[in-house]
Design a protein around this ligand. Structure first.
Ligand SMILES: Nc1ncnc2c1ncn2[C@@H]1O[C@H](COP(=O)(O)OP(=O)(O)OP(=O)(O)O)[C@@H](O)[C@H]1O
Length: 451
């Protein structure tokens, strides 16, 4: 099945272009072929409708070419986790392109032009890492050597590394800056060994003023590469040259890394990038929206959408950025304003994956406790204000923090109609901006529920 779909995809990529392919075809899966009918699964309804309207014919043609038995096509929505026997569809998230194996005459890996200090949003979780990176980039006498930056996936390590490299190259063009990933370091070293060019290799690496190695955990367990790295490292430090290293964890926690290397890596300044908190996530989204304003002038984003995304997508910045990119692409294609509904529709798979599994009952219990009302009253018919307002707050939080539909939420609120829920949600949205107490309550409750 994989083979057939692989061949059909190759054809499709040629026919519709790489960008359309990545957005619309890559997330699809070929689930089965039965009695001449191919079944394609799609992670969201929005995407399913779009693909049916625009690409069904091409997909069928591609499948027919790849497997002569196919005569019909059925495209249906299947939630990411429920896709039969397949890995979850890849989200259309732009992965930072890590440079490929480099050309041996040009050691420095290409720098991504977006990864600058200006584009880096600073908040509590990354302020120390940012300040240290800035200090190194500003130059002057070497204060901490090496600078070791570490943090989980997609939290901005590579972004900071590129920013440092670019800044030094601009401020001090006389300095030889060599930036590369640990994988490339190994690739070059092995190539040098094979071509009996180890002297040339050593010369390149020992002649730099600033050496920057990304994802150093990669050399763990690679004995001869570790050995060479260790010597290069010592040589440069002894010469007072700056070294900057990044990894996905602290030096002491990298398994299969020789102790002497660990201890050398620990001899400078070690700073970690913490996962982005709500404020930082919102700040990053706002700065991206500013960029999109030039790319998509006139495309409106409704109030509350960015807050919603910052609340709901907590995994990492890369996923957050990818969500916004997809949202803008969808909205501009269909020529619609980016509303909360559009957001939930077109990011259903990402939101589901990030769903923090807050249940509606958790929300109701927490809200009842906070406002000191009985749980039974909260979901019951009472209309007195002392109960009605907390109920609307609970409805609003249910919409914000879960991926349940309005009718589903209605059922959990004593069988209310979806229009009642919509009214409750809107009411809270209206009041939130001017009622400080309410806004603080919402903030506190969301935090408690997501803790
Ligand atoms: N504070 C920030 N401000 C603006 N953009 C950020 C910030 N942090 C991360 N990003 C963006 O998030 C994306 C992922 O960041 P980056 O590639 O630097 O992560 P990483 O920590 O190197 O992850 P990995 O370990 O997967 O390589 C990039 O597009 C980057 O620009």
């Amino acid at each position: 099945m994989e083979d057939i779909w692989g061949r059909a995809q190759e054809e499709l990529r040629k026919r519709i272009g790489a960008s359309n392919f990545t957005t619309w075809i890559e997330p699809l899966r070929l689930a089965k072929i039965e009695d001449g009918q191919a079944e394609i699964t799609c992670p969201t309804r929005f995407m399913c409708d779009w693909v049916k309207r625009h690409y069904a014919e091409n997909i069928l043609r591609g499948l027919k070419d790849a497997d002569g038995t196919v005569t019909r096509l059925n495209i249906k929505v299947v939630a990411a986790s429920a896709a039969p026997g397949k890995a979850a569809p890849r989200q259309s998230v732009p992965r930072v392109r890590k440079p490929a194996a480099p050309d041996s005459d040009l050691p420095t890996a290409p720098l991504d032009s977006r990864f600058t200090f200006e584009n880096f949003v600073v908040g509590k979780p990354n302020e120390l890492a940012h300040a240290a990176a800035r200090r190194v980039a500003d130059g002057g006498p070497v204060t901490f050597n090496p600078l070791f930056l570490y943090g989980g996936v997609g939290l901005g390590k590579t972004h900071l590394m590129h920013a440092i490299a670019r800044e030094i190259m601009t401020r001090r063009p006389d300095q030889k800056v060599l930036y590369l990933s640990a994988e490339q370091f190994m690739y070059r070293f092995i190539q040098a060994l094979r071509e009996r060019q180890t002297m040339g290799f050593k010369e390149i690496f020992r002649n730099v003023d600033v050496l920057m190695v990304d994802d150093v955990q990669f050399i763990a367990g690679k004995d001869s590469t570790q050995e060479e790295f260790f010597h290069t490292f010592n040589f440069l430090i002894d010469q007072g040259k700056q070294i900057v290293i990044s990894a996905d964890r602290a030096p002491g926690e990298i398994k299969d890394l020789e102790d002497r290397i660990k201890s050398r890596l620990q001899s400078g300044l070690i700073v970690d990038l913490h996962p982005a908190d709500y404020e930082l996530r919102l700040g990053i989204l706002q700065s991206k929206v500013d960029h999109y304003l030039t790319q998509y002038p006139g495309l409106q984003i409704a109030p509350g959408v960015l807050e919603f995304l910052a609340h709901r997508i907590t995994s990492n910045v890369r996923v957050l950025e990818g969500a916004l990119t997809r949202l803008y692409a969808f909205a501009s294609l269909v020529g619609r304003e980016i509303t909360l509904d559009l957001t939930q529709e077109c990011l259903a798979d990402i939101l589901r994956a990030s769903d923090r599994r807050v249940s509606i009952e958790d929300i109701q219990r927490r809200v009842a406790e906070h406002y000191n009302v009985r749980f039974a009253d909260l979901i019951g018919p009472k209309r007195v204000r002392a109960v009605a307002r907390p109920r609307q707050v609970a409805m609003y939080l249910a919409k914000q923090l879960t991926s349940r539909s309005l009718p589903e939420i209605g059922r959990r609120f004593g069988g209310r109609d979806h229009t009642t829920i919509m009214h409750g949600v809107r009411k809270v949205e209206e009041l939130r901006d001017n009622d400080r107490q309410l806004s603080e309550d919402l903030d506190l409750l969301s935090r408690l529920l997501q803790a």
